[in-house]
Design a protein around this ligand. Structure first.
Ligand code: PRX
Length: 635
């Protein structure tokens, strides 16, 4: 019997040891006992990190929606699968049972089929957090189409790049979306994006806001009438274990966003097993993850992980500040949420508000609290523990990435003693190591280094869609035979891990992973800009904020600086999205560069964070004189 549900620390160590000593046997038992297969695998794992190539459960046949929906119908058909909480608390929440979800998903699956979507086709999804988003994602999986969800806060240009890169010919969107008091013209953004996506010939539109939108003849259709006429039955497509399930984009430090490709069986097994243990999900619990399904957190821990366990999962359309800063706590009280999973940036923002927003709500249903997306600072951790968990709900600080598909390092509640700011111990099956810059493993405790994983796990991304070389280069070339995470970490005296942050040029702002290169590219598109460099600096709510150093072209010098700042921010907003707008923009004469022409970001980071006491070694700078000038003009 595999230990599917770990209950105490001793059991954790026992399970962990087994997962490392006999990884194949370990995963085989979990896969066999807790999932339904049309055909079992011939081989549990084959791998070669030098290529890199990883295959789990080779030649097994399955459909993930059979595991997430059909198999629950007999015993849990009337159980609520999804509670959908709308943006406006006056609108009624939706409680959707597993059997209703089954019908909706099948209907959408049949609509997609009628539009010619087949196994292996890529489907673009640009939807707000409405129930149809869940139906469409699962409908793709039902028929073997590969979903590519783009967060509906991204700009037209970001949507276009991702739609083209993923080879989508069909896009599912909505007429508009609600975010707090705002109504967003989603379809307008889509129309603009599609000017640059000649391959997209079909757009299905969900009616949400009832806004007046443009319907392009022969291309655009409303989803609802198509669903009405579609059958509620749709046999699941039988997929191979390694068939692609989805593409999801994440920013890189350079170049265009990376379409991480995840496959079917390993992703299913890992997201389900981690969900069960890390949130200590028990029958009849109500679980809520506040992420958007446009991010990996939503894929794995709003949809696939919870549904594979037959859980009740909450989907929230709105924002934590609407109609007031008590909304999260009101929802917990209303739906009697047992497990609550959010991001440090949300905790920090809400901790700044009057405590009465919290205390007027009954939070006694809570059993486990989670955080994800960036390091959580000590103050926020204690605020969460004291005021939300009332010091009785363990906090699981979960470290993972879009690339890893599931949570990698995290306490297991009621088993692993928690420690503020520490993600603590690796999940069973995960073998983390710390490496020094020369490529040697740093053994022992009380050390820090670059965080790598030395053995495959089932839900790791298999490639970057359309660019396997970049996949190898980014993750498997820095250290031989290791997956390099891009994060730094330390290991304390008992072996607990604390993630210290990115060691590359990715900056995490309010939990969003932003590459500096695409932001700089956007800034440089402004006609008055000659060159730019963007770095992060600490911010007490966002974690990090962006600071742009910009050299103007000669004719730009005479322009009004405030207007220029506004225009540049607008350019960034149009190209990437409002989240990528810098808090500060400083116009400079030059940027500190090495003799090989590389911008010395280390120095800019120090200046941006107001810490210029020790700039370190500047002897290799080509133009040391600019440093003084930048310090003097710092904002
Ligand atoms: O730097 C780490 C940080 O977020 C990065 C991954 O971002 P993304 O792919 O967008 O996925 C976010 C949600 C899984 C990581 O490389 N990160 C994520 N969780 C934590 C974290 N940093 C510290 N502590 C965490 N718990």
């Amino acid at each position: 019997m595999s230990n599917y549900h770990i209950k105490n620390l001793e059991e954790y160590f026992q399970v962990y040891r087994k997962s490392v000593r006999e990884p194949e046997k370990f995963w085989q038992e979990i896969a066999e006992e807790h999932f339904v297969w049309r055909k079992k695998w011939d081989n549990v794992l084959s791998w070669d990190f030098s290529k890199p190539e990883v295959k789990w459960f080779e030649n097994a046949k399955l459909n993930i929606t059979e595991n997430c929906i059909d198999r629950h119908l007999l015993t849990k058909g009337e159980k609520t699968a999804i509670i959908w909480e709308p943006n406006d608390p006056k609108e009624k929440a939706l409680h959707l049972t597993y059997s209703e979800l089954h019908k909706k998903v099948n209907k959408v699956a049949n609509v997609l089929k009628s539009k010619g979507v087949k196994k292996g086709d890529k489907v673009g999804i640009y939807l707000p957090m409405i129930p149809e988003l869940a139906y469409v994602v699962l409908a793709c999986a039902r028929i073997g189409a590969v979903h590519s969800v783009v967060f509906a806060g991204f700009s037209a240009s970001a949507l276009a790049t991702r739609t083209v890169d993923a080879d989508c010919k069909i896009l599912i969107t909505a007429d508009g979306s609600y975010r707090g008091e705002k109504t967003i013209d989603l379809k307008g953004i889509v129309d603009k994006a599609l000017e640059d996506c000649p391959e997209v010939n079909s757009v299905l539109v969900v009616k949400r806001t009832g806004s007046n939108i443009n319907i392009k003849d022969g291309r655009d259709e409303w989803l609802e009438p198509l669903m009405k006429n579609a059958s509620e039955d749709c046999a699941p497509e039988i997929m191979d274990a390694e068939d692609p399930l989805f593409i999801l984009y994440t920013s890189g430090s350079t170049g265009k966003p990376k379409g991480m490709l995840h496959t079917t069986a390993g992703y299913m097994v890992y997201s389900a097993y981690t969900f069960k243990n890390i949130f200590n999900y028990n029958n009849d619990d109500v679980y809520w993850c506040t992420a958007d399904i446009g991010w990996i957190t939503g894929h794995s821990y709003i949809l696939y992980g919870p549904l594979a366990n037959g859980a009740t999962t909450v989907m929230f359309e709105g924002v934590p500040s609407y109609p007031d800063f008590g909304r999260f706590w009101e929802i917990i009280e209303k739906h009697k949420v047992n497990q609550f999973y959010t991001a440090p940036t949300a905790i920090r923002a809400l901790a700044k508000k009057d405590l009465e927003f919290v205390t007027k709500h009954d939070l006694s249903s809570l059993k486990v609290l989670g955080t994800v997306g960036e390091p959580i600072n000590e103050e926020a951790w204690h605020w969460y523990d004291n005021n939300i968990g009332k010091n009785k709900s363990p906090i699981v600080d979960t470290w993972w990435q879009t690339e890893t598909g599931g949570i990698m390092i995290s306490p297991i509640p009621f088993a692993t003693p928690t420690k503020p700011t520490f993600a603590t111990l690796p999940f069973p099956g995960i073998q983390p190591v710390l490496m020094d810059e020369e490529g040697n493993e740093i053994k022992g405790n009380q050390v820090d280094g670059r965080l790598c994983i030395k053995y495959p796990w089932p839900s790791m991304a298999r490639t970057i869609y359309g660019n396997h070389d970049r996949y190898r280069e980014t993750y498997f070339s820095t250290f031989e035979n290791m997956y390099f995470t891009g994060d730094g970490a330390l290991r304390d005296e008992v072996g607990y891990y604390r993630i210290t942050g990115r060691v590359d040029d990715v900056i995490i702002v309010s939990g969003h992973n932003l590459g500096t290169a695409p932001i700089e590219d956007a800034i440089n598109e402004h006609p008055a800009v000659a060159e730019s460099a963007v770095v992060g600096f600490p911010h007490d709510v966002k974690g990090n904020a962006l600071y742009g150093f910009i050299i103007l072209k000669e004719f730009g010098e005479s322009r009004d600086r405030d207007n220029l700042r506004k225009e540049i921010k607008q350019t960034i907003s149009d190209k990437i999205g409002p989240i990528a707008k810098p808090d500060k923009i400083q116009f400079v004469e030059g940027l500190p560069k090495t003799r090989s022409g590389k911008i010395m970001r280390r120095i800019l980071r120090k200046i941006a964070s107001g810490d210029t006491s020790d700039l370190g070694d500047t002897s290799t700078l080509l133009n040391p004189e600019v440093v003084e000038e930048i310090i003097n003009g710092a904002l």
